[in-house]
Design a protein around this ligand. Sequence first.
Ligand SMILES: *[C@@H]1O[C@H](CO)[C@@H](O)[C@H](O)[C@H]1NC(C)=O
Ligand SMILES: *[C@@H]1O[C@H](CO)[C@@H](O)[C@H](O)[C@H]1NC(C)=O
Length: 277
Amino acid sequence: MGAYVHLCLSFLAVISNYNVQAFDIPDLRYLKAYISDDPDGPYHEFLDYSPDLRDQGLDNSIKRVCLTGIWFLYSDYNYSEESTELWGPVRVNGCLDFELTLSTSSLRYAGSPYHLDDSYYNLYEGINYCGREFRGNTNADSLLEFDLRVSSVIICGQSPWTFFTGLQFTGEAVCLYPANIATGNNISLHWNGLPTMELLGLPDNSIRSVAKGCLTDNVYPNNHLQVELGDAVELGDAVELRDAVKLGDAVELEDAVELENAVKLGDAVEIGDAVEH
Ligand SMILES: *[C@@H]1O[C@H](CO)[C@@H](O)[C@H](O)[C@H]1NC(C)=O
Ligand SMILES: *[C@@H]1O[C@H](CO)[C@@H](O)[C@H](O)[C@H]1NC(C)=O
């Protein structure tokens, strides 16, 4: 219990620190959440994480979003792994109308808190970008309490990143390039993301260190030729990930590139904490 309280406090510390940063440093990232699909209707503009949309009076009521950046919308509070629905639009000055009002209860962005296209990584404890996260913009020779606990990953910016199964950049490695580019108004956001480690080509909960650059010949997605995806997985186009992916019984992920479709998640729950390296 003591450890849990400690994690909660460090979560709050990180968030308030980001509030300061967000206003000190001009940035392009935003998400405007509308409760109707009327473009002239009222909206709330988010610049930062919101673990509980009741705080903005927007719990279960988002119908349309306009945004710059990668934003995740979770159907449970605190980005919880109990979320049964996840939306992850990636846009630069783009909008998205949802057919039905979303059951979104928390939201956060991925990528650098400082500048939109800065090189950055987010490592999540849950699959599908759920749960607590370890994030940073520099090499990490260990992931501290996230050691052997990472289940999904996002990178942003123009640099590739290499993920290692050993401490201090040893062991098995996979390099991930920011192969997707979202653009608008002459602004580009480079990014890539995998909702499970198996899709990246490493076992779940195996990452122990992270380095900037591509430090291995084992480059995603070509490494997929050797990867065991298991018989419940259908991966249509390994490079673009445009097609539907089915992952076992508990998860359905459609359109992994746009990250825009509903995801049904597994069960484990843990919430709250964020650590920046
Ligand atoms: C984009 O950049 C080009 C060349 O710099 C410029 O001509 C054009 O007006 C810009 N477009 C926008 C929407 O800013
Ligand atoms: C979210 O996490 C915070 C901090 O850990 C906790 O105090 C709060 O009760 C959680 N909210 C919900 C709705 O679970």
